[in-house]
Design a protein around this ligand. Structure first.
Ligand code: NAI
Ligand code: MG
Length: 487
């Protein structure tokens, strides 16, 4: 079923396809551990080349100087290009990342949707006129920062790139994307799309390189004007530190330990769908995954039984063999990520948690982990505090509403949260009390591209998605005009 891939993939800089100064990296298929293709690896000089190409385009005015409707049309066309090539892109994404083919199609469509949404926003950034009395005219205008650097994780390489690239382009920035070294191949499609829709060279540069080399060089580059990062907390700290030295703003999205509070009146049958998407979609490798459920003790046994049955019902295997939406799950991104998760589960069991389902790697090649449900988890266990980033659900229980909120808020993170109840007052109390950038009531992942998303606490700062994210990519200029004498 798998068609042959090009054996070697280059980086896209200044409108050209180039080799990497750091050589090549072998990209492998997490479903079987076999090599898929080679990817050019950028060194610091390649990163400099890309940043300077973006800067040159910015200074020329050939991109941000366009009428916004023209920029917006091109941004939308990138999304359409991705949709037009979904049959090629989705299998590539599945083979490098591990997710089921149907999920890869969901991701291609999601990536395209960002370009539609932000393409449509391009001509909506209007300034204001501020009254200063009869002798002045004053107005504000929003200008792009210039060079936007975007450091992308491997869990959603297309959607995470699309999320920042679409908004940055729509607002007139020139972009340098550092694609993830585990899953770089599908990112080539952004370079192809930029060429196909006629973006000026230098507007979209895509370089793959390692984090410590290319990523660090990009974050520290003196001509980068703004940084977007999604990934781990330690890497976020090093990027924010680099950005502090060059005085540039960043948006940091650093994952979470997000909790669903399930009250005694919740519809647990409906909640199965929230579990299915919340912790098993993308094999749990989602920053806003429902990694904890905090359930009222009166419903705990029923919830654990349903969660365990759901976990056992999922057919786990190669994503490429899973083209249709259904009860299935693919490989994790790498054996290292899988082994890390399996070790965290074993540690939780040693600390007193119990396995209601799964917990072990599959006895076959590839980075597969059984869909896992842990019960008897207490709030201070490491499994309840640290991001596992795997199909691993921790079930905790509560007696009082106050206790539920305390447990939900009892981690350093604060990305999203959820509350499941038929009682609107209870739901609103939780929505107010949860320290998280987004709260879902009765549906995990409710919302979309239109709704702002981002963290409290160690989950980061800044907001992506929605109109709010546009402000990440622009700076305000105020122009005050002293009028001349009387006529
Ligand atoms: P990471 O945060 O190190 O990698 C993400 C991106 O940052 C990659 O493109 C990488 O090349 C780049 N990077 C790494 N070090 C860098 C540096 N010093 N300067 C600039 N860029 C750098 O994540 P990693 O190590 O792959 O995964 C570890 C854990 O991080 C996961 O188990 C998960 O808990 C979390 N994570 C969270 C994500 C999210 O969506 N919030 C996405 C990926 C990882
Ligand atoms: Mg790392």
């Amino acid at each position: 079923m798998a068609s042959p891939l090009a054996p070697y993939w280059q980086n896209h800089v200044a409108g050209a396809w180039i080799d990497g100064g750091a050589g090549r990296i072998v990209v492998s298929d997490p479903a079987n551990g076999e090599p898929l293709a080679e990817q050019a690896l950028a060194d610091a000089a390649d990163v400099d080349h890309a940043v300077m190409a973006a800067r040159a385009l910015h200074l020329s005015g050939a991109w941000f100087g366009l009428r916004p409707v023209e920029r917006g049309r091109m941004v939308r066309a990138i999304g359409q290009y991705l949709l037009d090539h979904a049959e090629e892109i989705a299998p590539l994404l599945t083979r490098e990342q591990g997710k089921p083919l149907w999920e890869a199609h969901v991701e291609v469509a999601g990536a395209a949707r960002y370009f539609e949404y932000y393409g449509n926003q391009a001509e909506t950034l209007e300034g204001r006129s501020i009254p200063l009395g009869a002798d002045y005219i004053d107005f504000t205008a929003y200008e792009p920062y210039g060079v936007s650097a975007q450091i992308i994780p491997w869990n959603y390489p297309l959607e995470m790139t699309a999320r920042s690239l679409s908004a940055a382009l729509a607002t007139g920035n020139a972009c340098v994307v550092k694609s993830p070294e585990l899953t770089p191949l599908s990112s080539a499609w952004f370079g192809r799309a930029a060429e196909a829709v006629g973006l000026p060279a230098g507007a979209v540069n895509v370089v793959c390189g390692t984090g410590p080399e290319a990523g660090a060089a990009l974050a520290a580059h003196p001509h980068v004007n703004q940084i977007v990062f999604t990934g781990s907390v330690p890497t976020g700290i090093s990027i924010a530190t680099a950005a502090a030295r060059t005085i540039v703003p960043c948006v940091l999205e650093l994952g979470g330990k997000s909790a669903a509070i399930v009250h005694d009146d919740a519809d647990l049958e409906a909640f199965e769908s929230d579990l299915r998407w919340g912790i098993f979609f993308n094999a749990g490798q989602v920053c806003s995954a429902m990694s904890r459920v905090i359930v009222h003790e009166s419903r705990k046994a029923e919830l654990v039984e349903r969660a365990a049955a759901l976990a056992r019902s999922l057919s786990v295997g190669p994503g490429i063999e899973r083209p249709e939406f259904g009860a299935n799950m693919g490989a994790m991104v790498s054996e290292a990520q899988r082994d890390r998760a399996e070790a965290m589960v074993a540690e939780a069991v040693a600390a007193g948690a119990r396995l209601a389902a799964g917990g072990h790697k599959l006895n076959r090649p590839g980075a597969f982990l059984e869909p896992t449900v842990l019960t008897g988890v207490s709030p201070d266990m490491r499994i309840a505090q640290d991001e596992v980033f795997a199909p691993v659900l921790s079930v905790l229980s509560f007696r009082t509403e106050a206790e539920a909120i305390e447990i939900a808020n009892g981690t350093p993170y604060g990305l999203v949260g959820g509350v499941f109840t038929r009682d609107i007052d209870r739901a609103m109390r939780a929505a107010r009390a949860m320290r998280a950038g987004q709260v879902f009531v009765n549906e995990w992942y409710a919302g979309g591209v239109e709704t702002p998303f981002g963290g409290y606490g160690k989950s980061g700062y800044g907001r992506e998605k929605g109109r709010e994210a546009l402000w990440n990519y622009v700076q305000t200029k105020n122009v005050a005009i002293r009028l001349g004498g009387t006529a």
